[in-house]
Ligand binder design. Sequence first.
Ligand SMILES: [Zn+2]
Length: 490
Amino acid sequence: MYEVIIGMETHVEQNTASKMFCSCSAEIFGAEPNTHVCPTCLGLPGALPVINQKAVENCIMVGLALNCKIASHTFWERKSYWYPDLPKGYQISQYQYPIAYDGYLDVDVRDTSTGGWTEVSYRKRIRIRRAHLEEDTGKLTHEDGQTLVDFNRSGVPLIEIVTEPDIHTADEAYAYLSALRDIVRYLKVSSGDMEKGAMRGEPNMSLRPAGQVVYGTKVEIKNLNSMRAVRDSIDYEVKRQTTVLDTGGAVRQVTLGWDDMRGVTVIQREKEEAHDYRYFPEPDLPPLDIDEVWLASIRARMPELPLAIQDRYVHNFGLSGYDAMVLTKDQAVAEYYERVVHDHPTRAKTAANWITGELFRLMSGSGQEIGSVKVHPEQLADLMKLVEDQIININTAKGVFEEMFATGQNARAIVEARGLAQISDSSALEQSVRDVLDANPTQLRNYLAGQEKLFQFFVGQVMKATRGKGNPQVVQRLLKQALEQHRSAG
Ligand SMILES: [Zn+2]
């Protein structure tokens, strides 16, 4: 048996309007290569960097969300290395004093092997070593034996988040990245889209015999562009390294990539000499002081975070952990839900069913996001009220909701225009009950002779006579009364 030890390094690309140290637009996705550049982000001699305050605040917010301590004093450092996508020959980063450090993130771990979401298995705390700010590099494209470089990404603000080696399974890695992505989205600091490179998770991992103190040889997995790829590559490496160790072999220290098509890791680089980045303070930027007043103003802007909301839904509303997670994946859905249950906590479960059932079904059928849905939360609340008041039954309500979804009309208007209101008026229903009993003398005799099951037959006949609009509770009550009268008269 081996213990798997994983640390995760994640780069989150911020969605600020401008870059980290210049005023170039940072909205580069899909742009023509080398159109979002200036002397500063091209690293031309003499160009001077200026700090993007919003990018610093975003990093502080992420640090607070990760329960980190925030440095009161930090400065920028040059991380020197030579690479074609790094025009200055160094990257401006933070080394000695990251903006945020010594934090943790609690995550709900689920079994993801089925491909879908499942109920929570357990909650786990993953310690965060540091979160610091740096600038992104350019991007290389290798084509027909040539290498092309695009500097649009050069200087886009990045947050690098490093965990302690607290992750032990692929599911825990998945849970961590998923929770981190939810957080950066709630904080509105990044799209968190791994597929677009806005979040890049790089696990480093090793195996050691259970009980051994010394760590095994570490491999790193790079360039993973989905959470599924992170999970699958870790699973694959656990199996591969287990086989190597079981057969008396030694794991080599390498940097790996993931071949998504073949489902295997591939060696990108053999063990390299330890980098000597020759960090030294950036002379062109002043040190950064984060005082209490500034910190307090950022703290005041922090939204309620997904895990806290989920816990509130479970404890206050009685939702399952699964439903709470589904409702909070997208902050806009959580806000929609809260508006439906506003002042009506007793509706919490029914509202969750409406949203995760009917609403999600219609949304995915029409390819819509919550923001473009025509039914406002208050309109859904009105529809639910019609069911509660027994004006329409749940099946009718589902049909009404489909029409609301298509047209944006109010439930009441649809119910009225289409004459869908239930008949709760006793006198009208009494007549139907009498008619049904008169029309089925054989069944009536058999019922009175003890075939109690025929009660449902009579209910069905009355519902049919009222074309489904009879209020089931009232119909049952009136039927019971009428049958008792026959019994005592008989
Ligand atoms: Zn620039």
